[in-house]
Design a protein around this ligand. Structure first.
Ligand code: ADP
Ligand code: MG
Length: 540
């Protein structure tokens, strides 16, 4: 283009990268994303410490959390982050696996591009391979009944291994299984019904499942009762205060008597709020906003238990659990809007106290109280819990499991290679590269555990060649074992979803041969130079 007079069809501020450059650049960015989570894979994976712009620290091993916190800017890299998010919402676990697989598919595609194989041929081959891999996955998965608690327990333990909850993973497995069994309906699980409440204390072992809602708030005054049996609960989203007039309203007072009457009137208004609540016989209040001191005083006098500044999500859980309606206008309060349960009580947990709402009308609302020594630990345990919950929910719905510790990936890889041999065109090469990419999972599991990845891979492959379909590398004893027998098992759904989303993003990135980035969009960093990803290279 340089020797001819250029014709501009785009705004001057647009940065354009075309053809091979665009492709290579996108592939590089995607590979860097995959690399950045690689060291966290598996039971011996390392953690990452992420510090955001205001100094907030997150220590985690969880793929999607790392990528979300990295504030990635490169457009192709962002697409990789999206697959982690999809994996998280679809299954709740397997995010690192999905991202690594996508990265490897792109890295291997690059080799084929170097051999002058057209991207269309590669994407066609990858599509074929994905379809076949999913078929093979169905063949290789084992059916499981939801009555098999032992199997479910192993699934949770496999998911939680190496995630900061090591010592108590058996206990957590019991809690998770109990919780999911309680809320499941015909195999469907709505995880939003389970609330995880974190409490700082040293006794992780005292974490517990509570049938009901735990609200991280105390009663507003110690003169209120600390426990109410069979309460009538009012859920109020409005403030129990006198509303400040809009704008700058001045009240001019010239005599002391006027001031007194003004204050009396205010108190009357506040009393009226309490009267309203009394008129429907409510004796417990959860208020989403503030409660005036005077109102608190009168509520306590009436023996009413009240919490203020309750989170909106808690208000919604409370409404769902107790059958109450959220009241937006106190003037419209009525008995039918009140919620019911067996008991409300302020319970001391570690240094804090919380409000337990138990024996609810709706038994499908649960809370898991997680205890831990510090906020960072609690957050990481919460993420591990979410992985475990997601996995059990997936198995309850899908009823299929596969052998973990790299076993399923090796077997899929082997069978895909067999499939590649039945193909004639150049797609064959792409299917082979797809098969190679799958080996990256066991390879990395071994590498992260400090083992020799090539030795392990060779041994694994020879076992699989001898028909040991579920041979994987058990990272606990560093032995190659039948992982199905050893209970290192995962939901088939994790792998199915990882295959789909990794292939989808790899293909999408491979098909791009032109990047037009508007400089003002803030997305142009890194396009054309890969510079935007520079910060990530130093991550591991
Ligand atoms: P992801 O975000 O992909 O779930 P994880 O860090 O949770 O990543 O690691 C999951 C991988 O660890 C799976 O491939 C699983 O089979 C493997 N794994 C779990 N327990 C063991 C074990 N005891 N030995 C070897 N691999 C294991
Ligand atoms: Mg996991």
């Amino acid at each position: 283009m340089s020797d001819k007079q250029p014709i501009y069809i785009l705004p001057e501020s647009t940065e354009r990268t075309v053809g091979k450059d665009a492709q290579r650049n996108n592939i590089l960015a995607a590979k860097l994303v995959a690399d950045s989570v690689k060291t966290t894979l598996g039971p011996k994976g390392m953690d990452k410490m992420l510090v955001d712009s205001v100094g907030e620290i997150t220590v985690t091993n969880d793929g999607v959390t790392i990528l979300e916190k990295m504030e990635i800017e490169h457009p192709a890299a962002k697409m990789m982050v999206e697959i982690a998010k999809t994996q998280e919402t679809e299954v709740g676990d397997g995010t690192t696996t999905a991202v690594m697989l996508a990265g490897k598919l792109l890295e291997n595609a690059e080799k084929l591009l170097d051999m002058k194989i057209h991207p269309t041929v590669i994407t066609k081959g990858y599509n074929l391979a994905e379809r076949k891999a999913k078929e093979l996955l169905e063949e290789l998965s084992t059916g499981v009944s939801i009555e098999r608690e032992d199997v479910l327990k192993h699934i949770v333990m496999t998911a939680m291994t190496g995630k900061g909850a090591e010592s108590v993973k058996e206990k957590f497995a019991d809690i998770i299984i109990k919780a999911i069994k309680q809320i499941q309906e015909d195999g469907n699980v709505d995880l939003t019904n389970i609330k995880i409440v974190k409490n700082k204390s040293n006794s992780v072992e005292d974490s517990e499942l509570i049938r009901g809602v735990v609200v991280d708030k105390v009663r507003t005054s110690i003169d209120m009762p600390s426990k109410v049996e069979n309460p009538r609960i009012a859920l109020i989203s409005d403030a129990l205060e006198i509303k400040n007039p809009e704008g700058d309203t001045k009240i001019s007072i010239s005599e002391p008597a006027q001031l007194q009457s003004f204050m009396d009137r205010e108190e009357e208004n506040l009393k009226r709020i309490v009267e309203k609540i009394k008129s429907v016989n409510a004796n417990v209040i959860f208020c989403q906003k503030g409660i005036d001191d005077v109102v608190q005083y009168y509520l306590a006098k009436e023996n009413i238990y009240a919490c203020r500044r309750v989170a909106k999500s808690d208000m919604e859980s409370l409404a769902f659990a107790t059958g109450g309606k959220i009241i937006t206008n106190l003037n419209e309060i009525s008995i039918e809007q009140l919620g019911k349960c067996e008991s409300i009580e302020e319970v001391k947990q570690g240094d804090d106290s919380m409000t337990y709402v138990t024996g609810c009308e709706n038994p499908k609302v649960l809370s898991i109280l997680v205890k831990g020594g510090s906020e960072h630990v609690l957050d990481e345990i919460e993420r591990a819990m979410m992985d475990g919950l997601g996995d059990v929910a997936a198995v309850i719905k899908d009823k299929k499991i596969v052998a973990g510790a790299g076993a399923i990936e090796i077997e899929l890889s082997k069978r895909l290679r067999g499939f590649a041999n039945t193909l004639s065109g150049r797609e064959q090469l792409a299917v082979q590269e797809f098969a190679n990419a799958l080996e990256f999972i066991p390879l990395t599991l071994a590498e992260n555990a400090g083992l020799d990845p090539i030795d392990i891979l060779t041994e694994l492959k020879s076992k699989h060649d001898n028909g040991e379909v579920s041979a994987g590398i058990n990272i606990f004893n560093n032995r190659i074992e039948d992982t199905l027998v050893q209970g290192i098992i995962e939901p088939a759904k994790i792998k199915r979803q990882a295959l789909s989303s990794a292939t989808e993003v790899a293909i999408m990135i491979l098909r791009i041969d032109d990047v037009l980035a508007s400089k003002s969009s803030g997305n142009s960093r890194g396009v054309g130079s890969g510079g935007g990803m520079g910060g990530m290279m130093g991550m591991d």
